[in-house]
Design a protein around this ligand. Structure first.
Ligand code: DI6
Ligand code: FE
Length: 397
């Protein structure tokens, strides 16, 4: 089924920089793909006689890609929010048995149906702000069976009209039954991977490299298990301290390294050489009242692609607003509005190893957003406002 969308202000993001604005632009879609993009005044012959949607001058961007979330879990951690307000740190709460571990207890106790019922409204909130592709990590099950359950629930969220990419984050925390035996737990994480992969549940493999989680040597073993199966890797790196995780991830040609507040110059160079994406997560920076900024200037000068994501999770980043993250990326991290939007479209797709989305161009997926805005910078300047008029997913409004 072909459809023509005409009379819009297209933010194509074609090329390596700039908005790629096409004034009075049109898009011709054929099923789930974009067939043609150009001026409304220069339509190709294939556009004759197809269903027409008038855009009335509205702004059109590629669909948003949220490339780092922990969307599937049970329970809540708002009590930790209060503890942090009274001075406790994220690391102290984790070491006292709260943090990720408390979400693991709640998630293990939930059925697949309960996990799904909790995750659907979260997915809908992202959809309501224009997300068309979301990455969802496991990491609150920490057993073969409960990690599989999380990943199955993540996959089934695709029924909401969303592309879902799943990431295995077995190496998120050491579960209670492995207390004091983190190396044994890493063995188990590696052992579970082939089965999860065989079930079609894993698009990428991630780990949390931190003094309160796993060492670079332990992460390396997880990455080797991924490599054996031909699976790409990414890493929660340098969030609370510089562990050199980014250099390790770069040596495995990681798709991305995420967080990066404590990234060193050597880490920046390693990411640049490997072509890995730096995924910055302003929600976690904000919620944890972090004061150390990720090295945006150094990443920019080294030519490392920057992506922005919600990092939605019940502890460090309980936000469901990708638009707020665009604003925070500019205000807190000093990204330009263009860098922020590229960060949640084309560069976010790259952080997932995807090149078929994130721009408005022939051959790309027909996933795009129509906004009540006249310039793309408006999407980053406002906060707490949602100007989404229409979201088109796989060519369907
Ligand atoms: N860093 C984060 O910000 C999330 N995971 C991670 O490794 C937080 C996960 C949580 O606190 O539940
Ligand atoms: Fe995370």
């Amino acid at each position: 089924m072909k459809r023509l969308w005409r009379g819009g202000r297209l933010v194509s993001l074609q090329g390596e920089s700039g908005w790629g604005l096409i004034e009075d632009g049109a898009l011709l879609t054929d099923g789930a793909r974009i067939l043609w993009v150009g001026l409304s005044s220069g339509l190709p012959p294939e556009a004759a006689g197809v269903e027409v949607h008038e855009l009335g001058g509205a702004l059109v961007t590629p669909g948003l890609v949220d490339c780092h979330t922990h969307l599937v879990y049970a329970g809540d951690r708002c009590q930790e929010f209060e503890l942090r307000l009274h001075g406790a740190s994220y690391a102290e709460i984790a070491q006292a048995g709260g943090g990720i571990r408390s979400t693991v207890i709640a998630t293990r106790a939930a059925t697949e149906a309960q996990l799904l019922a909790a995750a659907v409204p979260r997915a809908r909130a992202l959809i309501a702000e224009g997300v068309t592709t979301v990455e969802i990590k496991s990491g609150y099950g920490l057993s073969a069976e409960s990690e599989a359950r999380m990943l199955r629930v993540a996959r089934s969220l695709a029924l909401q009209g969303l592309e879902v990419r799943t990431t295995y984050l077995g190496a998120h925390a050491v579960p209670p039954e492995f207390e004091g035996r983190s190396d044994d737990y890493v063995d188990a994480v590696c052992d579970w991977l082939p089965g999860l992969h065989a079930e079609g549940l894993v698009d990428a493999v991630d780990a949390f490299c931190e003094h309160i989680a796993f060492s670079p040597a332990q992460v390396m073993r997880v990455f080797e298990a991924a490599r054996q199966l031909g699976l790409p890797v990414k890493l929660h790196a340098e969030q609370l301290s510089d562990q050199g995780g980014s250099q390790l991830a770069a040596a495995f040609n990681a798709l991305s390294c995420d967080h990066l507040e404590y990234l060193s110059d050597a880490g920046v160079s390693a990411l640049a050489t490997a072509g890995s994406v730096a995924v910055l997560l302003p929600g976690a920076y904000y919620a944890l009242r972090e004061t150390r900024l990720p090295p945006v200037g150094a990443l920019r000068s080294a030519g490392v692609p920057i992506a922005i994501a919600t990092d939605h999770n019940p502890g460090s980043s309980p936000t469901l607003s990708p638009l707020l993250m665009l604003n925070m990326a500019c205000v807190l991290f000093r990204l330009t509005p263009e860098e922020a939007l590229r960060g949640m479209t084309v560069n976010a797709a790259r952080a997932l190893g995807l090149t078929d989305r994130g721009r408005l161009a022939a051959g790309q997926r027909a996933d795009f957003c129509v906004w009540d805005a006249s310039h793309p910078r408006e999407l980053t300047a406002y906060f707490g406002r949602n100007p989404l008029r229409q979201r088109v997913f796989e060519g369907n409004a």
